[in-house]
Design a protein around this ligand. Sequence first.
Ligand code: SAH
Length: 334
Amino acid sequence: MPGGGGLSLGRPYRRTQPEAVRATDGDALLSRLSACRAGYLSPDPYAVMLLGHAEAPRRPPIINIGTYLRAREVDVLVQHFIDTGACGRPYTHASRVQIVSLGAGSDTRFWRLRDARLAKYLELDFSSTTSRKAAVIQAHPELGNALEDTHATADGIVSSTYVLLGMDLGTLHQGAWERAAAYLDPALPTLLLCECVLAYMDVDVANAALRACLATLPHASILSYDMCISSDSHGPAPTRFGQVMLQNLAARKLTLPGARGCTSKAAYVERFQHLAEHASHLECQAYTLRESWHQLEGQERRRVSMLEHLDEVEELEMLLEHYCIAWMDRAIVQ
Ligand code: SAH
């Protein structure tokens, strides 16, 4: 049994908190590959390159369905943003847009999208993660050839469209954002993509970081996917299921300050609206993965339901209820 006899077996038990947060990237990648392998998502050859091999453990069906819904919802919203410059109702006429992925990890969306309307695609993460990603991009022509005018930096890559920068997001409001903002055109609508990252950051620190980004971007949107450990009918305290989620993650040395501080979709909406003070255009929405599961078009839902045998229908509903998508479009016109 791991850890038996009181002996430390090294990782994950000896991980420090920052190491544990960095390791979540590997989990996201393995979950994605498991959902691809089981047929929920289309194959993602770029994810295999980033992992370094094609072996990914099989995740249980409920995890695969959660991963599928998350990827689908985020992909649809990101594509809508690229097409219209907004996550919701279009409000600008820009022909090009920018995306900044905060805590991008091993995400492959840039290579899957390759849209001519993308003026810039920035990825930010800890420099240990961006250095590793930069090395993989340079080693694989399928990844590297998608970039133009590329040059390597100490911990990332700068090219005409794609830019990979190493930095602690917790320092964005202390000057680090200026380094990223230098690659952006403030006239273009810009999406701040936060997929599974806000839960790891203290709410005040993350809000300060998001404020620093918003301050330089008159037309900005935020799109977050993350856990919500309470339910809107239950008040801000975690549900029993939410408590179990926290306990499971605490065993992996993850304390989830952001998940504890922003616990429901209503809390996300309130938080984003607060960040958008003085907006001349503001739209904000949040919904759980359970809602997206029930809104899935009939034929697609049948396809997905038949891919694997699913016993734990109640557990699936509960799990999906504890993850939410939240987005905000906000413009400031001087
Ligand atoms: N967004 C990616 C990865 C999610 S895993 C995806 O959805 O696949 C969370 C990522 O956030 C990890 O890569 C982790 O290193 C990064 N992260 C968390 N806190 C961070 C911080 N303070 N600064 C930089 N990166 C951070």
